[in-house]
Structure formats: C-alpha cells, structure tokens
Write a protein that binds this ligand. Structure first.
Ligand code: GRG
Length: 344
C-alpha cells in the first residue's frame, strides 16, 4: 500500500470505540448550509466583519441558478430528470463556493469560475449517486431525499452519474469565458486528476478493499482514502478557482496547501459527524460507519483526538492565508472555520 502521509498533522493513535449513534431514517429533510457560528478571525474587532451565513446563502442561490441551467430537461427526459434530481437536491455547495472564493481572492470574477464551479458540483453529485448504489455503500437517503437509484432504478442512476461526469468536463470547456485557453486546459487537467485513479476513484478503491472481516486499516491508509476520496476534489475546487482567476505559481502553491488541509479536515469532521449527528441533521443515514465497523478517525484515534486533528488542520489551512488582504480572504477563512464547525 502506497499511502501518502506527506500532508498530515501529528497523529497519535489510541484505539477507542465510539458510542452508538442516534438514527431514524424516516426523519430526513432537505439540507442546506446549517447556520453555524463561524469562529473566524475575520469576526474579531481588528478585522472587518464577515457574515458567512448570508454569504453562503447568496452563493448557493447563484450556484443553484447556474446548475439549474446546466442540465436542461430534454429528450430522453428520464436521464435528465434523474441528473437534475440529485444535482438540485440542495447540497451545501462547498466545492463550488470554494472555487468562486479562490478565483475572487486572486482578482478573478464569479463569471470566470462559475462553469467550473458547476462542473465540480456535477462531479461531486455523480460520486454521491454512485457511492449510494447497492454495489457500493448501498444507501437509501442522500441530501434528505431517497437516493437516486431508489427513485429511478439502478440502471438510470448509473447512467445519470456517467452523464454528469461527461457533462462536467464538456461544461468547463464549452462555457468558460474570458480565461486564456491554456488556463482552461490546466483546470481540466487539475479536475481530471482529482476524479480518476489518482483521486476520487483511487480513494474509493482503497476504501472498498479496506472493508470487511480481517482487514486492518492503519492511519496511513485511512489518510490515503480521505485525501483521495474527499480532499482531492476540494483541492481541485480551490486550485481551479485560483487558476481561472489568474493566480501565479506562488498563490497556486499556497492555496493548494490550504485546500489539502481543509480537504482532510472535511473528511475527519465527516467521520466525527457520523457518530455524533442524527440522520435528520445529516440528510443521510447516520451511524453507518459504526454499523459496518468501518475504520474512521474516531475509531482509530478517538473522538477527542479526531477533533484536535481537525483543529490543527484548519489552523494550518488558515496560516496559508495570512499574506492576503483579510477582507479579500474572509470567505476562505470562514469556509475553513465552517468545515471545522459544520453540523451536517
Ligand atoms: C468519480 C468516476 C467517479 C466515480 C465515483 C463512488 C466514488 C467513485 C467515490 C466516492 C466519493 C465519495 C462519496 C466521497 C465522500 C465525500 C463526502 C465527504 C461527501 C459529503 O460531501 P458534502 O458534505 O455533501 O459536501 P453535500 O450533500 O452537502 O454536497
């Protein structure tokens, strides 16, 4: 197993089993960004205040409108309906929001980054559709609604995922405006890498192969899974946004480090929420990791240490932003804080 450990915080392994989760699969509701209190530096007296909840509400409205246009309801309707069902089901829109924020931080515009922001949400959504299939995680609820295959059947759900993946790359190439073609190509390479065997697919494969009786997963392998299944797409979101906005190498490098840290933190928090949040709060089945005895950060290092690791990663991410104007970097500071504090 080649497990990349280069991006880690310090990790102390103390085996501990976590308490059982509260679950009620019937009680699910559509999700949006929860109104979390963001403990961001940008709220302190010395720095301009930033209303993260309002910001995300506005961003989600813009992103949802763009996504709505991206998949027209045309013949053969069933596939487009199925794609739209999951794409417009009200996810938190973290990846597109990161893409837009990174673009603006380096001087770009929302318009330059929106096609890529939509593409990232299409890829994320297709990965959720496929992840929920009976041959993968076999889940009944996602984003507070029955999973795609529960509504449209397995064949259509697989094809909806495939069509979203194909459209995602077409969409960047076809819809991006006012960005140099070589930058658009760089973005396509960045996103492609995050999806394939060096990204989501690679992480999912190691995850699947790490499940089942008699398989012991160590922290290095778990970190590999998290960095590829989850962090890779968040990294592509931030780096693509920066590239579209005209960032030079130094900025791309800094923002890549920021995104790797928030990306791993995102999944560590996901592991924590699986055992601390309800199905209603999550919009998907809570306690799933525990039910199938899956290795997670809490199962390997305990809840408390998992929270510390998430904190360390978020602090590391924020330290990459200190060279920027605090007002301009406020969204990325706040998104990092949100990832630590989120409730779903
Ligand atoms: C990408 C070709 C291709 C295939 C998919 C199934 C698979 C391969 C990968 C699984 C990837 C996966 C489901 C990772 C989990 C990522 C994660 C933490 C999802 C939850 O993200 P949120 O909380 O969800 O942002 P919302 O619903 O808010 O968007």
């Amino acid at each position: 197993m080649q497990a990349s450990a280069a991006r880690s915080s310090s990790m102390l392994v103390t085996k501990r089993r976590c308490s059982s989760a509260r679950r009620n699969p019937q009680q699910v509701r559509p999700r949006c960004v929860a109104e979390v209190t963001v403990r961001s530096e940008v709220k302190s007296k010395s720095k301009p205040s930033f209303d993260f909840n309002q910001y995300m509400k506005e961003r989600a409205t813009l992103i949802d409108a763009a996504l709505d246009k991206s998949v027209p309801l045309q013949y053969p309707e069933v596939i487009n309906e199925s794609m739209r069902y999951s794409l417009l089901a009200g996810g938190k829109r973290v990846r597109p929001a990161l893409c837009l924020a990174a673009c603006e931080l380096v001087g770009g515009t929302i318009e330059q980054a929106m096609p890529t922001a939509c593409s990232l949400e299409m890829i994320h959504t297709m990965s959720l559709i496929h992840d929920d299939l009976p041959s993968m995680d076999n889940d009944d609820f996602r984003r507070g609604k029955p999973t795609n295959h529960k509504v449209y059947g397995e064949e259509i759900a697989i094809l909806a995922g495939d069509a979203l993946l194909s459209l995602s790359f077409e969409y960047i190439a076809r819809e991006t405006r006012d960005v140099a073609p070589e930058r658009v190509l760089q973005v396509i390479v960045e996103v492609g890498k995050a999806v394939g065997s060096e990204g989501l697919v690679g992480g999912q494969v190691v995850d699947i192969k790490s499940e089942g009786a008699g398989v012991t997963v160590g922290l290095d392998t778990l970190q590999y899974i998290h960095e590829h299944k989850t962090a890779a797409l968040l990294e592509a979101a931030v780096v693509s946004g920066a590239l579209l906005g005209g960032a030079g190498e130094v900025d791309v490098d800094r923002l890549r480090k920021y995104s790797r840290s928030i990306g791993l933190a995102f999944q560590v928090v996901d592991d924590i929420l699986d055992i601390t949040a309800t199905t209603e709060e999550l919009g998907k089945t809570a306690g799933k990791d525990l039910a199938v005895a899956k290795t997670t950060y809490p199962s390997l290092v305990g809840l408390e240490r998992s929270r510390e690791i998430a904190d360390e990663l978020i602090e590391g991410a924020k330290s990459m932003l200190t060279t920027y104007d605090p007002a301009k970097a406020a969204p990325l500071y706040a998104l990092a804080e949100y990832i630590r504090a989120r409730k779903n």
